[in-house]
Design a protein around this ligand. Sequence first.
Ligand SMILES: N[C@@H](CCC(=O)N[C@@H](CS)C(=O)NCC(=O)O)C(=O)O
Length: 207
Amino acid sequence: MPYKLQYFPVRGRAQALRYIVVDNDLEVQEEVINKIDWPAMKPKTPLGQLPVFHDGDLHISQSNAILRYVARKHGLFGKNDKEAALIDMINDQQEDIRQAYMHLIYQEYDTGKDAYIKNLPTQLATLEKVLGENKGGAEFFVGDKISFVDYTIFDLLDNLIILSPTCLDGFPKLKGFHSRIGSRDKIAKYRATDAFKKLPINGNGKQ
Ligand SMILES: N[C@@H](CCC(=O)N[C@@H](CS)C(=O)NCC(=O)O)C(=O)O
């Protein structure tokens, strides 16, 4: 039975999972939830929010829990406990940066954009550092094989580049990483589709 993903018609908190699905040939049926249908559906979801991911009788909310579940099942969580711990650590760092980005987008886009962009290098420097420290080489964030954190960071960087096109200029490793993941055959093909190009990044149209 294929998995099912329910989410609004935006990239938002489902996009890293969509990259995982495409790049790893997972069978996922996506149900697009329109704003008008959401109030009736909200109380029936596990935590009153989307995305929700279904695997048979298992229904999961919280995008990072969904990513971890899928990653565990499909070999995208490192090859041992130590790699898994590093993947978790870096994904939590990614989440901190994403939260700040979402605060800007939803709370203070008009007043806080300049200050946010000015502070961005401090946040990106943490990711540049851990990418450089990967003993498996600098191709992926942890080890020598792609893991779910590579997809979450790819999506985050993609959003940040749209907000501030030069933001990776001082970060050669992150720049190379973004370009490498975006050039993976299946990801590049998916990103060339109209379906992807038409998908807004955020629910309020800001980016
Ligand atoms: N921490 C949650 C955040 C989920 C979230 O904020 N979902 C928003 C859409 S991106 C939502 O469901 N909004 C509608 C609502 O809260 O009623 C996650 O990562 O999944």
